[in-house]
Ligand binder design. Structure first.
Ligand SMILES: [Zn+2]
Ligand SMILES: [Zn+2]
Length: 211
């Protein structure tokens, strides 16, 4: 599996283009906006988009979902249903934060812990990691030792928990009880900022280091 990180919107949100190299099929994870940039990348790589994947319902992650889904007739996969209230309030989120206007949507498929999602022949495991938002999911490719974690975990930090239905201890538990057991060798793409590995965060992240 090949991946390309494309920061989008004023929030520099890491949209990820995932490509199954065997089938040339691809998915965009969290197309928060700047669809022209994303579609140019898809075209340059000559891959066939088959789905939109969503980690959670914040505007910088879902702002471009409805438009992209309509334009290319793509299914929307995720997040967990507990983020439905965030998706439904998308227009309001955009207005409140001065974000480009975006349309809400109904996912084609809600995800739950233990589900799998396929991109071409690649299998992603779904891990429900509430705390930043209640319906946040993480996508994990066991073969490639790669996780796409959205705003659950960052290099040196963790997601905010001061939003409605966010919860600090729930987020810490999601990271320590659900992500760390996957293995220190896993590289992760966070929703913002540079990549890191679980081992590095277990050592150095002041919020979730293992002492
Ligand atoms: Zn977020
Ligand atoms: Zn974000």
């Amino acid at each position: 599996m090949r991946y390309t990180i494309i920061p989008v919107t004023d929030y520099q949100q890491n949209c990820t283009l995932l490509v199954c190299e065997k089938s040339n099929k691809a998915a965009l994870v969290d197309p928060g906006g700047d669809l022209d940039i994303l579609l140019r990348e898809v075209e340059e790589q000559g891959v066939e988009l088959e789905a939109i994947l969503v980690t959670h319902g914040h505007m910088d992650h879902i702002g471009g979902v409805a438009a992209l889904s309509k334009q290319l007739n793509l299914p929307i996969i995720g997040p967990h249903r507990d983020d439905e209230f965030w998706i439904q309030s998308l227009t309001e989120q955009c207005r409140m934060f001065g974000f480009p206007k975006a349309e809400s949507f109904q996912p084609s498929r809600w995800l739950t812990d233990g589900d799998t999602v396929q991109v071409g022949e690649q299998v992603l495991q779904v891990i429900h990691c509430p705390g930043h938002t209640p319906g946040h999911v993480v996508f994990f490719n066991a073969d490639e030792r790669l996780a796409i974690v959205g705003d659950v975990l960052f290099k040196g930090s963790i997601g905010r928990t001061d939003f409605p239905r966010g919860d600090y201890q729930t987020l810490i538990d999601s990271i320590q009880l659900k992500l760390w057991p996957l293995g220190g060798d896993i590289a992760f793409i966070p929703g913002h900022g540079p990549m890191s590995t679980f081992a590095e965060e277990m050592r150095n992240n002041p919020f979730v280091a293992v002492r």
